[in-house]
Every structure is written in C-alpha cells, then in structure tokens.
Ligand binder design. Sequence first.
Ligand code: ATP
Length: 377
Amino acid sequence: MTDVTLQNVRKEFDGVVAVKNIDLQIPDGAFVTVVGPSGCGKSTTLRLIAGLEQATDGTIQMGNQDVTGVEPKDRDVAMVFQNYALYPHMTARRNITFGMKSAGDFSDEEIDRQVEEATAVLDIDDLLDRKPGELSGGERQRVALGRALVRDPEVFLMDEPLSNLDAKLRIKMRAELAKLHSEFGTTTIYVTHDQTEALTLGDRVVVMNDGRIQQVDSPQRLYDYPETRFVAEFIGDPAMNMLSVDISRDGTEYEAVGPTFRIPLPEGDGLETAAGAKALLGVRPESLSVADSADRSSFAAEVTVTEPLGDSLLLECRTGDQEFKLHAEPRTAVEPGDRVALTVETERLHLFDPQTGEAIYHAAAAESSERSGVPAG
Ligand code: ATP
C-alpha cells in the first residue's frame, strides 16, 4: 500500500494535449475512481501512473519515491486493462502465476495458496487448466483480474476491467472488488466511463473532462454539491435539468425567474452576487413533482413524453421554450399533451454561472449551515 501524488502532470501526443497539468493526491489505501466521457484523458492518466506513458511535464510520486522516470516493471503496480492481455499459449493458471514465478519472490506453497484464494473469489477455480481461447470474454477478464490480485502490489491500476462482462456478472464483480478492497486495503485507481461504477466503488471520485480534473470528492458530495455545470450534468441519470433564469431580489427574498415560473430560493451563499444577473437553475429530476392542484409555488408545464420505468414515471416536459425531465409517481395518470402543475423541492436547487459553468449557489449548503449554525463554505 502506498499513496500516489501527481503534481502538475501534463501529457502531449503530437499536437494533442491528453492531460492538462493535473494535480491529484490519492491517499494510501484509498479506492479512487476516475470517471469522465470518452477521450477526457482517464486512460492516459492511469498509464502515466503505471509508467506506460512518460509525462511531458510534472512529477508522479509513490510514497516517498519520485517514480516519474521509473520503468513500469520497477513500479510496484499491477494493471488490469479493458482488453485483458493474456498469453494465448498458456493455461489460465500459468497466466495468473506468470508474474509471480518470474519475480521469484514466492514459494510454491504461497503461489498455490494465493491462486486458490483469488480464483475462488473470482469463481474461476474450475477453469484453471484451460487456455484463453477456451474461455469466454468474461472468464478471460476474471483471469486477468486474478493475475493482478496474486501479485499483491502496492497499487492496483484498473482500466474499465469489467466492461466486457454481462450486466449481472458486472454487478457481482463490482461487489467482489469492493469486498477485496476492504479486505486487503490496497490503494486502487479505477478508470471507468460508467458513473454508477464510479460512485458505487470509489470512496473518492475524480471527474475529468477535456484533460482536466473537474472535481475530486466523495460520491454523495459530488451529487449534492457539484462544483461545475459539467459535474452536475455528468453525475446523475437522467442528468440535472438546467433552466435559464434571472435572479431577482426583494429585500432578503430571492427568486429564480423564468418566462413561465418564479421559484423561491432558500437563503444561502452566492445569492447576493447572483442577484440581478442571469443564471442556470440546476434542478434534479427527483426534485420536481406533479402537484395535485396549482398553488403560488407551483408552475405549469406541458408533458411531451412519458416513460414508465416501473418504480417511477419519467416525464419529459416543456415550459415556455425550456425542456426538462422529472421522476413522477409511477402510476400518475398523465399523457403527452397534458398540462400539469409542478412543485419544486427548493432545498435541492443549484445555480451555475451561464458563462463559466462554475457553481454559484447550492440551496442544500444553506440548509445544513442553518442547522449547524456554521456559515456555508
Ligand atoms: P476512453 O474512455 O474512450 O478510453 P479516455 O478518457 O481514457 O477515453 P484517453 O485514452 O486518455 O481518453 O485519451 C485522451 C486523448 O488523448 C484523446 O483525445 C486521445 O485521442 C488522445 N490519445 C491517447 N493516446 C494517444 C496516442 N498514443 N497518440 C495520440 N493521441 C492519443
């Protein structure tokens, strides 16, 4: 186990800046997930930590050692890739033990014990005599995971390791990975484009976009306090709705005003500076609900699409020229074309700067700070 620190790390490939001067600190024993859209630089970041790519600028440190120029084989890391690189002529067992045998650090008994442990967890103990060509994609991926597990490295680096598994096995393996991490506590850096995987596995989640780190936070804080519009829209499915509003102020009362609605904003940091300007009002689909009857705080919208999801009814709606989604009660009797009155859970609203995309206000911060008596930070 060790901590990993990236300082001002940049990676350029002829003309393409894949990673733009990132700083990242991964504590000893953490399970950190790195998530972002395709091409945002996740894999390159991981490959830089592995030593498979050399940084154009900046330093990478593991524990007290600067490993920036160190060969991959001399960094105590084990990597599991999206496309499991197994030796086709070797059995699964030999593929798993290959690194251990060549390192020569383990006795035969130790190797047997570790293989037994890892393959039981991965549910591949009865496949060990087969070669990769005789295994399904999912089984091959589990062999690749087994190979990383038995090496017992300081740091695990995983690049979409579950992406070739079917949905059911993916969920099972996700739980197994979490269990393995809580047992062994090995520092793990896990790249995925799947936000569910990132949130469920990571105790800290790094959100990247366009070669830059947008936010590093716990899963719940990312969801509750996104620092940018990008994070707000990337984390959560369906994405957070963004409505164009003007912020009006009347004494100590603030409202988000759109062409067809006025939504009161609970007091909180950022409102004073936002007053009198345009903003994007961030509303999660679960913060909106269909009201039984219209009142002062509700607003009218037209339903354009209904999608029954079983546990909720997803509605696409329009008010003026703005479109948004919401989760309604599952058996709500509405059809496309209906007009409905909607209410908003105002304690969960957010405001973003329309130009920079930076968050300027979170209603929930105001709520919790009021309760604890501590000013919102
Ligand atoms: P994905 O989820 O699709 O794997 P990613 O977030 O892992 O994407 P990277 O593979 O890190 O993204 O790529 C980041 C950027 O760097 C992309 O624009 C990619 O085209 C570019 N890139 C990556 N490797 C190379 C390379 N060897 N040569 C040139 N450009 C590269």
